[in-house]
Design a protein around this ligand. Structure first.
Ligand code: PLP
Ligand code: COI
Length: 339
């Protein structure tokens, strides 16, 4: 089947694909799950996901390689993280094999939506787990749904490897001992207003500081932060209230094992940004987005350049991209073939 999709110019917008996976948890167990065509869910008006935010989600991608095969990048890490998120909001685990099998089924059933090799586009998978069923007290739902849908996507931040500017937010997205480490919808609800303020001021998004002292960089609304110091170290914030990004941990490995760099997870002080020669945002959707500058207290701190990607960021990007699309050999276990 041929689709009328301009693969090279895709952004990050919803496109309805043909099939999605749905599985129900009831009376302590998951059913076998199935692929369905309908992209609407019918759930109780009293579902905990709707009222008390009892839900979590994931994001991962399928990549078309040069030889036409299709592969996933570290889906086991997404499976582990959805279960850490689920436990934080009292939802049942999705067994790792079930998670990966559901992702593979959805990719295979929507194979013609997997963008061609060389277009730069990918098939984004969105697994999610929600509390459903009749309930009104603030307590866990009686039933849960685990679903996976997919859509072809291009860059999350316009321009891909073109630098973007961010602004430091006065708001917090998560609290110490809160749910920042979990990929739950409430964190994203908290980020909508600060994001809109940032965009209205001409920035791609905002960067959050640590909620306790507002002195340390935490992360972007949908990606982690990293900086390259002037003496070539890969630095990324360590905090219990940011999402442990699978891309970030992959880049730490690439920086040390492929590029021979020193790597540190530690505090990044917003008043010491001049320690960095380059900076970037990283995540599944964002891939690596170079940060041109960060606006704080009335001033724009520019890193490498507002228009061009820095040399180390480019090397990190090329290696990650190469592994994901099958052109560079990845570490053992990072690539899972779908077909
Ligand atoms: N931080 C936030 C808040 C995110 O939503 C994401 C996206 O998943 C990331 C970081 C990056 O995480 P990952 O690299 O696992 O996609
Ligand atoms: C991802 O990178 O997968 C994300 O979840 C970011 C986002 C679009 C919320």
């Amino acid at each position: 089947m041929s689709l009328n999709i301009d693969w090279e110019n895709l952004g990050f917008s919803y496109i309805k694909t043909d099939y999605r996976y749905i599985s129900k948890w009831k009376d302590g167990q998951w059913d076998n799950g199935e692929l369905v065509k309908d992209n609407n869910l019918t759930i109780s008006e009293a579902s905990t996901a709707l009222h008390y935010g009892q839900q979590c989600f994931e994001g991962l991608k399928a990549y078309r390689t040069k030889d036409g095969s299709i592969q996933l990048f570290r889906p086991d890490e997404n499976a582990k993280r959805i279960n850490r998120s689920a436990r934080r909001v009292l939802m049942p685990d999705v067994p790792e094999e079930k998670f990966i099998d559901a992702c593979k089924q959805v990719v295979k059933a929507n194979e013609h939506f997997v963008p061609p090799y060389g277009s730069g586009a990918t098939l984004y998978l969105r697994p999610f787990l929600i509390g459903v069923g009749d309930n009104i007290g603030v307590k866990p739902a009686p039933e849960f749904l685990f679903c996976v849908f997919c859509l072809p996507v291009g860059p999350y931040f316009k321009g891909g490897l073109t630098p973007v500017n961010f602004i430091i937010s006065e708001y917090d997205r998560a609290a110490p001992y809160g749910t920042g480490e979990a990929k739950v919808g409430g964190n994203y609800a908290a980020s909508l207003y600060p994001h809109e303020l940032a965009v209205k001021q001409g920035f791609a998004d905002c960067i959050y500081l640590d909620p306790a002292t507002h002195t340390k960089i935490e992360e972007v609304g949908a990606a982690n932060f990293f900086g390259i110091t002037k003496d070539n170290k890969f630095i990324t914030p360590q905090s219990p209230s940011i999402l442990p990004s699978i891309t970030k941990y992959s880049l730490m490995h690439i920086a040390s094992e492929y590029l021979g760099m020193e790597v540190e997870e530690r505090d990044v002080l917003v008043d010491h940004l001049d320690e960095f020669a380059e900076a970037g945002a990283c995540g599944t959707a964002a891939v690596i987005t170079p940060i041109g500058g960060i606006h704080h207290k009335g001033k724009l701190h520019v890193f490498h350049s507002e228009t061009e990607v820095g040399p180390v960021t480019k090397k990190l990007y090329d290696t990650l991209y190469g592994i994901q699309f099958g052109d560079v050999k990845g570490p053992e276990g990072w690539i899972v073939k779908v077909k």
